[in-house]
Design a protein around this ligand. Structure first.
Ligand SMILES: [Zn+2]
Ligand SMILES: [Zn+2]
Length: 243
């Protein structure tokens, strides 16, 4: 006989069947993933050619996107597990807007697999999630980046340090012009005490669009003593026309 919590969960699934986060078909009670078998096959890992710094798509003849070829960043490398769209976008919607924390944990496990494809990210000793503003955290009930970070940390045997704080509730980045994005975020993050000096951080977020959030988080972590900051994100979204 299954233990009581598991039994409760199984009964709940009978009354309210879990649906696939992408096609919305009911999932068999035995399936623990948030995608049905067919939709899980649609998730294709991000593969080169991409910018060797920020992971955004570039033409096969280029090693860097335009912004990355022009300057240095506090956030070293950014690697996406997937590109935004299709089943990957549905998973993001599920954990951001439909309370599917299970989808975030699933994505975190896929990100941990993505680490295996990105040996250049190895060598970190701390996993740090991008924080939510407290008002957003109350609304959603969890920080999806922390759920992702916990899965990546448990797969890699490194501790999670949930020590970044978002001081201001910033406007969504996607509807701002490029020049306004860093101004919108300037000073938005700080690191609480607790980061060992010289820490090598792997920063975790769900979606990377402009990379301005990752950059501001990396600045706060470096100000707090981090020796290096690289980032792993679940999905990379391209800003059309800017690269
Ligand atoms: Zn499906
Ligand atoms: Zn780039």
């Amino acid at each position: 006989m299954p233990p009581l919590p598991a039994l409760g969960k199984a009964l709940l699934r009978l009354v309210f069947p879990q649906t696939c986060a992408h096609c919305q078909e009911d999932l068999p009670g035995s399936r623990t993933d948030p995608l049905c078998e067919a939709c899980a096959k649609l998730l294709a890992p991000a593969e080169p050619p991409f910018c060797s710094r920020c992971g955004d798509r570039v033409g096969a003849s280029r090693t860097h996107c335009r912004p990355c070829s022009k300057r240095l960043f506090a956030c070293g490398l950014i690697r996406p597990a997937f590109y935004y769209g299709g089943a990957a976008a549905s998973l993001v919607h599920a954990f951001k807007y439909r309370g599917r924390g299970d989808a975030a944990r699933f994505c975190g496990r896929r990100m941990a697999e993505g680490l295996g494809r990105s040996p250049e990210l190895r060598g970190f000793d701390r996993v740090v999630p991008v924080p939510l503003h407290p008002s957003r955290l109350r609304e959603r009930g969890y920080n999806q980046a922390l759920l992702l970070a916990e899965e990546v940390a448990s797969a890699s045997g490194k501790p999670v340090s949930d020590l970044l704080v978002r001081r201001v509730a910033t406007k969504p980045q996607w509807n701002l012009a490029r020049g306004q994005r860093s101004a919108n975020l300037a000073g938005a993050f700080m690191a609480r005490d607790g980061l060992p000096a010289g820490a090598k951080v792997l920063l975790i977020d769900d979606v990377c669009t402009t990379s301005a959030t990752l950059e501001e988080c990396a600045k706060a972590l470096k100000a707090a003593g981090a020796a290096s900051v690289h980032a792993l994100v679940f999905a990379r979204q391209s800003l059309k026309g800017e690269r």
